[in-house]
Design a protein around this ligand. Structure first.
Ligand code: GEK
Length: 241
């Protein structure tokens, strides 16, 4: 169990940009569960997708792995067959990740890399996961990253891409944004916490629309990308090579 998230509970004179530091790493499972609708439902389903596409002696990448939840989900279903590689540029998150995965995924099968996902080498992959990470990457770099993922996947391999999305229709955007606000309030976050976190994320997280995601996945080479999961304004796509 992790501590409960109080990162934005106190009034701040100035809200600085969101960072994945020690404070966030210590409360991250609680923070993401209470902030991302569908997160807990999505993980075991991601495991089911892994069971269908992960191949023996191939690599499974979790880019922006945080505490390794998606690696664990994939490993629990696709098990002993593959090599699991987590990548994150936050040392605090990776430290916590190492503790959590120790013993859960056997050492020889696990590699945790402290680097930018844009610098990670992707080779011989049967599955790549970007679970709520692409939204933190510079929009100008997103297509290039997807192209490198496509190039690093084996034929038949899958990319799972989960994101907060923005709706092109203004009314739908407002409706879904309000659902998300209510979700956070229902999970015990105060109006102050919600407002301060929103301000902190404003410059570091840039959601795209579903249309933009699907078009970019096609441009990167994926033939039939599709949405397989939605909880309010949080979607997950799957795209095969
Ligand atoms: C989960 N996938 O629990 N390079 C490497 N890591 C990065 C970069 C980058 N350029 N930018 C951000 N990160 C996880 C949840 S959280 C999503 C993913 C969220 C890392 C960052 O350090 C953090 O650990 C993760 O991406 C995003 O299934 O907090 O909303």
């Amino acid at each position: 169990m992790s501590e409960s998230d109080k990162v934005f509970a106190k009034k701040r004179a100035r809200v600085s940009d969101f960072v994945f530091d020690e404070r966030v790493a210590a409360v991250f499972p609680d923070m993401i569960r209470r902030s991302v609708p569908g997160y807990e439902a999505l993980l075991p389903l991601l495991g089911v997708i892994a069971a269908g596409c992960v191949r023996e002696d191939s690599n499974v990448y979790d880019l922006g792995c945080s505490l390794g939840a998606a690696l664990l989900a994939a490993h629990s279903q696709a098990g002993a067959r593959a090599h699991f590689i987590g990548v994150d540029n936050s040392e605090a998150m990776l430290r916590e990740c190492r503790k959590r995965l120790d013993g859960a995924i056997p050492g020889p099968q696990l590699q945790l890399l402290h680097c930018d996902v844009l610098d990670a080498e992707i080779t011989d992959a049967s599955m790549v996961v970007l679970n709520f990470t692409l939204q933190f990457i510079d929009p100008a770099e997103r297509l290039g990253l997807l192209q490198r993922i496509y190039a690093g996947l084996r034929r038949g391999g899958a990319l799972v891409l989960s994101e907060k999305v923005r709706f092109e229709d203004a009314e739908q955007q407002e409706l879904q944004r309000e659902f998300h606000r209510q979700f956070k309030a229902a999970n015990g976050y105060s109006e102050l916490e919600i407002a301060q976190k929103r301000a902190a994320l404003e410059k570091v997280m840039t959601p795209d629309s579903e249309e933009a995601h699907l078009a970019r996945l096609r441009r990167a080479g994926f033939a039939r990308p599709a949405r397989w999961f939605q909880a309010f304004n949080f979607f997950s796509f799957v795209a095969h090579k």
